[in-house]
Design a binder for this molecule. Structure first.
Ligand code: HEC
Length: 162
């Protein structure tokens, strides 16, 4: 047991020292690399949002209703939504040539952007609460507001591609 713990600790120590103490200035990411990484990271959150929304949208289009999945995915969306403004506040990519559909207005009107994320979080929370009640019609009724929470932000803050 102790031996195993020691091996683990030394492995962790190597890991930590590898990244913290041997990284030279040469290895430090450039601002352009940081910007590209930030764009990828935020896009993965949107992919996760979509991953959670798709089964719900399927139910709205006639797939078998599963209240437990609807509730769980609604909660997942509510948990992810507050990360959106944080991710954009962390790195302003406006001056970099990154692959993105984010509009500059995100950084010009951060409060307006955060409001849209907040609205999504609230719609997703309400949706999950309704889904927990198990009523198909009521849940699908709440789906409109949830989907609207995505579209309302895209309308103002994302390149218009739909
Ligand atoms: C607060 C604003 C906001 C909300 C709310 C929002 N989005 Fe977006 N979404 C964006 C922006 C901005 C981008 C562009 C990001 C980029 O390209 O850097 C984007 C991009 C995307 C992408 C493309 C990601 C990629 O692969 O590049 C998908 C998919 C997406 N959103 C789905 C959703 C879904 C589903 C919801 C709701 C559950 C949602 N979004 C809610 C602002 C928002």
């Amino acid at each position: 047991m102790i031996k195993k713990a020691l091996v683990l600790i030394s492995a962790l120590a190597m890991l930590v020292s590898g990244s913290f103490f041997t990284a030279s200035a040469q290895d430090a990411p450039t601002p352009a690399q940081i910007a590209a990484g930030a764009a990828e990271t935020r896009q993965s959150v949107f992919k996760l949002l979509l991953f959670n929304l798709v089964p719900i949208a399927g139910m709205a289009r006639g797939a078998p209703f599963d209240a437990a999945v609807a509730e769980k995915n609604g909660r997942n969306i509510a948990a992810l939504a507050p990360m959106i403004p944080d991710l954009f506040a962390a790195v302003d990519t406006r001056d970099f040539d990154v692959e993105t559909e984010a509009l500059d207005v995100i950084w010009e009107d951060p409060a307006g952007f955060a409001e849209k994320a907040q609205a999504l979080m609230e719609a997703a929370g309400t949706f999950a609460d309704v889904a927990a009640g198990g009523d198909r019609a009521a849940t699908l009724g709440a789906f409109r507001a949830l989907g609207g929470g995505c579209g309302n932000c895209h309308d103002d803050f994302r390149v218009d591609n739909d």
